[in-house]
Design a protein around this ligand. Structure first.
Ligand SMILES: [Zn+2]
Length: 253
């Protein structure tokens, strides 16, 4: 039987290695090793839908979704360690196939979104907000918002897990009023600063929605983006900022 697999170029392998952040997405094993002062690859390019399916595998996967009709398309392959590859291929199961499909889809979406980061900027002043949130003196200035004024429940759906929802609600209750005052002060010094900032958050939120409407993914992507745009100063403070903009209706509007 003819072998449908094709050899992937070094550049393609580099992209696949980058896509999984250099570690096997299944077991976490680092996908390179050093020997004789040289770095070697220790991953394999695994086909999600098999390149050369046996008749029983064709039957097993006949109703399953595929990310590409071409088995050698970038969307149908993933960099994994040799052991996870072997386990995936033998014996093939529907559950693992679906789980790898979900994994690859998420990786593709992450890459698509990250490639747009450069297009979406955020006003420098947001850093001042993050710093203030991280400063101990904030504690004396917090005024709790009433739980009755929360808008989180009406704007979220089943794709927003309870644990995140709870954190967002608590963040809004604790910090919304304080941040609102910060933004008013900011606008007095630089008119339209808050509106600019809010529209930047809204724009990136809409970009996320174009790629995937899952609210957990949108929330996480917003936090990741804001964190990267602020030089990874404080991911926790970025969560609080995103919570503010959920309550203020720029996000999940
Ligand atoms: Zn592995």
């Amino acid at each position: 039987m003819a072998d449908n697999r094709r050899e992937f170029s070094d550049n393609e392998k580099m992209l696949l290695h980058n896509e999984v952040g250099g570690r096997c997405p299944l077991c976490g094993e680092v996908l390179t090793y050093k020997k004789n002062k040289k770095i070697h690859k220790s991953f394999e390019v695994a086909h999600i839908y098999p390149a050369n399916p046996r008749p029983d595998e064709v039957m097993l996967l006949q109703d399953e979704e595929r990310l590409s009709d071409d088995v050698n398309d970038f969307k149908n392959v993933i960099a994994v360690c040799r052991i996870c590859h072997k386990k995936f291929d033998t014996p093939r199961t529907i559950e693992e196939y679906r789980s790898w499909m979900r994994l690859k889809r998420r990786l593709l979406q992450n890459t698509a979104l990250k490639s747009t980061y450069i297009l979406f900027n955020v006003e420098e002043e947001i850093k001042v907000v993050l710093e203030k949130l991280n400063n101990e003196t904030v504690e004396g200035e917090l005024v709790q918002l009433s739980y009755d004024s929360l808008k989180i429940d009406e704007k979220t759906n089943d794709s927003f897990p309870f644990a995140i929802k709870r954190t967002v609600k608590n963040d809004v209750v604790d910090y919304f009023d304080y941040m609102h005052r910060l933004f008013i002060d900011m606008d007095q010094i630089n008119p339209y600063k808050f509106e600019t900032l809010a529209s930047q958050i809204k724009c990136f939120y809409l970009k996320c929605m174009q790629i995937n409407q899952n609210q957990e993914m949108v929330y996480t992507s917003l936090v990741d983006w804001l964190n990267e745009k602020t030089n990874s100063y404080s991911r926790r403070a970025c969560e609080i900022v995103v919570a503010y903009f959920i309550q203020d209706c720029e996000v999940f509007s």
